[in-house]
Design a protein around this ligand. Structure first.
Ligand code: SAM
Length: 276
């Protein structure tokens, strides 16, 4: 779907960002452009700065191997069963959502700081929450808490219409630029209070909340389509005191609630969240 429309052929991003040395077509084009633009002497420093810019987008054999190992872990020890979800996590290069200095942490199953006191969720959490949504390709999805943009990128592998809201303007802008550089559809990104949902674009088939709410946000319940699912951590602001809930809207006023175990999320802010 994204990352070069290659996912269906099971090649995904590897074909576009593949760059174990510097052999991708994009690299050679930039090499030629830099040399032509700056001439034989000035071209070398310009070339190096351009390569510095694109090098963080490299997805090498090593990264792909680490990703395969992560998917094996998710399928085995972490119990993720939905092969489409596993393929989506296998397609998205999580290391590109990290500062390059911390890249070594990208394929471990753990959350990691992304600045502004926030974290990128651990891969097994991303996989589990996504699996709980039961996404179909035609679904309209809403994510609350864009953060690094990683979960958004995973959802974009599974459905055409994905919206995401981020509360923190610094993270919003950083995420927007990163996703644009990766060729993802940034028109779906919004800055604002996701605890109120996105009424203008409702109803949604799936709403995924990546921060812990004090209680079920009423606006999110109202913005579910009949049959739609809300996956949300609810409970105390202290990490570890929350329950992961899945709410399925069965009728205009009828919701089924499933309690799916303890979880640890940063607090949801905003009108239906914790005080800022
Ligand atoms: N999904 C993110 C990713 O893949 O990197 C991780 C999200 S992080 C665990 C939670 C995010 O929720 C933070 O970026 C935080 O700023 C954001 N957040 C908290 N309250 C929010 C609100 N009311 N609306 C939108 N985003 C919110």
């Amino acid at each position: 779907m994204y990352f070069c429309d290659e996912l269906r052929k099971n090649r995904a991003i590897t074909s576009f960002f593949s760059c174990s040395g510097c052999c991708a077509p994009a690299c050679s084009l930039i090499w030629r452009a830099a040399t032509l633009a700056a001439g034989p002497v000035g071209g070398v420093p310009l070339l190096f700065s351009l390569l510095r810019l694109i090098q963080p987008l490299a997805d090498t054999y090593r990264h792909r191997g680490q990703r395969r190992a992560l998917v094996t872990l998710l399928r085995g020890q972490r119990g993720i069963r939905d092969e489409r979800v596993l393929a989506a996590l296998g397609a998205v290069p999580r290391h590109l959502f990290f500062e390059s200095a911390f890249e070594a942490h990208a394929y471990q199953d753990k959350a990691f700081p992304i600045g502004e006191g926030q974290t990128i969720s651990q891969p097994s959490t991303v996989a589990y929450q996504t699996e709980l949504l039961g996404v179909q390709p035609g679904h309209r999805l809403l994510e609350i808490g864009t953060g690094s943009g990683y979960q958004f990128a995973v959802l974009c592998q599974l459905a055409e219409n994905v919206q995401s809201i981020e509360f923190n303007p610094v993270l919003f802008e950083r995420g927007r630029q990163r996703l644009a550089a990766l060729g993802l559809p940034t028109a779906g990104l919004h800055l604002g209070d996701g605890s109120l949902g996105l009424p203008a674009l409702a109803p949604f088939d799936g709403i995924l909340v990546t921060a812990g709410a004090p209680a079920l946000p009423p606006s999110l319940l109202r913005q579910l389509r009949i049959g739609g699912r809300l996956v949300v951590p609810v409970g105390a602001a202290d990490p570890g005191q929350q329950q992961l809930l899945r709410i399925t809207r069965e009728g205009p006023e009828s919701y089924v609630r499933e309690q799916l175990g303890d979880c640890r999320f940063v607090p949801l802010r905003g009108a239906a969240g914790w005080a800022v």
